[in-house]
Design a protein around this ligand. Structure first.
Ligand SMILES: N[C@@H](CCC(=O)N[C@@H](CS)C(=O)NCC(=O)O)C(=O)O
Length: 325
């Protein structure tokens, strides 16, 4: 169940996610401001000033957590984690089992954060959210932007020297991001939330066409853009890690599993085994969220068993390391 805000009032009902052809349509994020390193604009990067709100189940929030972990920004940008199952109040806080209280504002439900920022807000209440504790407002609720902000604006506070969006690779990263977003990240949702056979058929063909293409690319190189990790990988990984346990069954992405693709599954294990990444993957939150929150897709609320993939198993991706270019 996911409610929404209408002029600041919480409506605890589902509203259609599809257009007249039965195809899923994603709503645009409404908070799109930036944090900058030197404070051009209203929001200047400062240690501890910004708070990240996430769900461990959500693939969009997951990309921001991956960036935070890989750059060692945990202390600079603290985080609050919602409960995995979204019920009649949408996303709510409650400490325990991987979730936390709201550590910045002590609220009960995330929709209260949206109305604190904008009392007459209308729209969906989504994670991730980047909150400015000094200005007391939402800076941004678009994961693609938050990923960039965490990469670019917080360099003074990061503990590693990783740059996920290096200037020389930006054109290639942007191109692969568009392809992966349209066909894979959003593609699994277009399969799962389709309300006509035609819309589902189109989405599932595009999804597996794209996965087949990425599989071929990963036969030649370690990561999506050559042999160095970039934000493009942080945007693909959250969808891949959820795929066999959730999307394959719940969203009917059932042509092949990621486990059936040698390069994609090796790539998935490779990224999973980078320092800090495994701690961002909570399969219990992931499975409980999808199977218990979307009761229209799974009315009895049964969480299926398995597949218990061992993401820590060996992989062969180091074959691309230190080779002549
Ligand atoms: N464009 C947003 C989408 C985020 C999004 O859809 N998050 C989902 C969780 S996976 C959510 O919070 N959904 C609640 C709702 O739609 O009511 C982003 O990438 O940040």
């Amino acid at each position: 169940m996911s409610g929404y805000l209408d002029s600041g009032l919480w409506c605890a009902t589902d509203r259609p996610r599809t257009d007249e052809t039965g195809a899923f349509v994603r709503e645009a994020s409404q908070f799109r401001r930036r944090v900058t390193a030197h404070g051009g604009g209203r929001h200047r990067a400062e240690h501890g000033r910004y708070h990240l709100y996430v769900s461990l189940a959500c693939p969009w929030a997951h990309r921001t957590l991956l960036c935070r972990a890989l750059k060692g920004l945990e202390e600079a940008v603290p985080v609050s984690v919602v409960e995995p199952v979204a019920g009649s109040q949408g996303w709510v806080f409650s400490a325990g089992h991987g979730a936390t209280a709201d550590l910045a504002n002590a609220l009960h439900a995330l929709h209260e954060l949206y109305t604190l920022a904008q009392p007459a807000y209308s729209g969906r209440v989504t994670v991730p959210v980047l909150w400015d504790c000094a200005a007391r407002c939402i800076v941004n609720n678009e994961s693609a932007d938050i990923l960039r902000i965490l990469n670019d604006a917080f360099r003074a506070f990061q503990r590693t020297d990783l740059d996920l969006y290096p200037p020389a690779l930006r054109g290639r990263i942007n191109a692969i991001n568009r392809f992966v977003h349209e066909n894979v990240n959003d593609g699994v949702y277009r399969c799962g939330f389709a309300r006509s056979q035609a819309a589902y058929g189109l989405a599932v063909r595009r999804l597996f066409g794209a996965l087949d293409r990425i599989e071929r690319r990963l036969a030649r190189q370690r990561y999506l853009v050559g042999d160095c990790l970039t934000e493009a990988d942080l945007r693909l990984f959250p969808t891949l890690v959820r795929f066999d346990a959730v999307y394959y069954l719940h969203f009917k992405c059932s042509v092949r599993r990621i486990a059936d693709y040698p390069n994609l599954s090796g790539y998935l294990r490779d990224i999973y085994q980078l320092p800090g990444v495994a701690a961002t993957v909570d399969m219990d939150h992931i499975k409980r969220h999808y199977y218990l929150s979307h009761r229209d897709l799974n009315p009895a609320g049964i969480v299926p068993a398995g597949p218990d993939t061992d993401f820590a198993a060996p992989h062969d991706r180091l074959r691309f390391q230190d080779r002549p270019t």
